[in-house]
Design a protein around this ligand. Sequence first.
Ligand code: PLP
Length: 447
Amino acid sequence: DEEARATARRAYELDRKHVFHSWSAQTLIDPMTISAASGSWVWDGEGNKLLDFSSQLVNTNIGHQHPRVVQAIQEQAGRLCTIAPQYVNDARSEAARLIAEVTPGDLDQIFFTNAGAEANEYAVRMARLHTGRHKVLTAFRSYHGGSTLAVNLTGDPRRWPNDRSDSGAVHFFAPFLYRTTFHSTTEKEESDRALEHLEQMICFEGPASIAAIVLESIPGTAGIMMPPPGYLVGVRELATKYGIVFIADEVMSGFGRSGKWFAIEHSVVVPDLITFAKGVNSGYVPLGGVAISPHIAATFATKAFPGGLTYSGHPLASAAVVSTITTMRDEGIVENAATIGETVIGPALRDFSQRHASVGEVRGTGVFWAIELVTDRATREPLAPYGSSSPVMNELIAACKQRGLLPFANFNRIHVVPPCNITRADAQLGLDIIDEVLDIADARIAV
Ligand code: PLP
């Protein structure tokens, strides 16, 4: 109605005047207003309904405003809004128990942070104190967060303006057959050569100086490159061989996104530390953390861990975790993500790659998919250069929104990352819109 539109317009004016936005030139942006959301849908300031194929920043795994999670937060707010981390709190204890239960292997202790970047900061701190070493090996084509160390671990252009020579981060190439660094022609070759490269990196950087290897189990924002069979097993073996802590960043890939609780479960590998955030409670209240294996925890058994946060294991956020995990189990939401990937998104995307000249490759699992757009299938020239956008990509994003779809796009890619509990019908609706928009991409590259 008119009153809601007036409220939205006022919010926009105040935003432009007072809100300083992430990753942006402040005067060159025109942010969309979102006034309401429910399940897989959001409403903009004009009251238009859009299908959220982005899950915001790939975090609303349980959809927007799930009534059980909302109720759990409300009940916790009525009982106890906040309590410092040195005290025992029932919501926090239960959240830790449930996270330990869903993480693979023996990762049974949880350090809570406010979000994903801090989770990586603290995981690296643990690894450094555990090993007495400083360097951290991490992949190009990765994202690990916006804080100083996390952005230095990151292997994308957002690191460049933030580079610090003392960060200890050293980057290597992870497997990506479509744009292979290793001149591979098969997944097996790509995996073997990427592991050879990683071992050489370790040897030439000096094994005794490397505290950790930090790797997204499936790289997310960087392009959803599925690790080839054997790669993560090989990384685990190298980490063990050289006494390096293996940190799996599951901030985006965890909690159902890949069709399993954690993406690393596709590989039967147990890392030493798992970092998480986002889907752990769908971001209803900010929370992240580190799941810790016993041998790392043992380092801090009688020696203090030098780190902490006022809101570590915040009760409202923890109550949201308890409700999210319980609801995901009760409603089979992880299984739904797997089924939607296998029977709806995967088949549709493979069909797009047959029919649309602009589609270079599609890849993914669960509700975690990327469409790699190119100007030429033979040369694989991306539809936008690495690290930036292009008029065509901007046109495609606008066309999605005009048709009622909120997409997630990065460089030359559109990602299909809806909530894990999206219905078949809604998933199909979104895919039909992308199908139409790809016609525009095909037409642009034909001229
Ligand atoms: N790690 C990965 C893999 C991510 O995708 C993100 C966020 O997109 C982060 C870390 C950082 O998380 P946050 O923005 O909650 O600090």
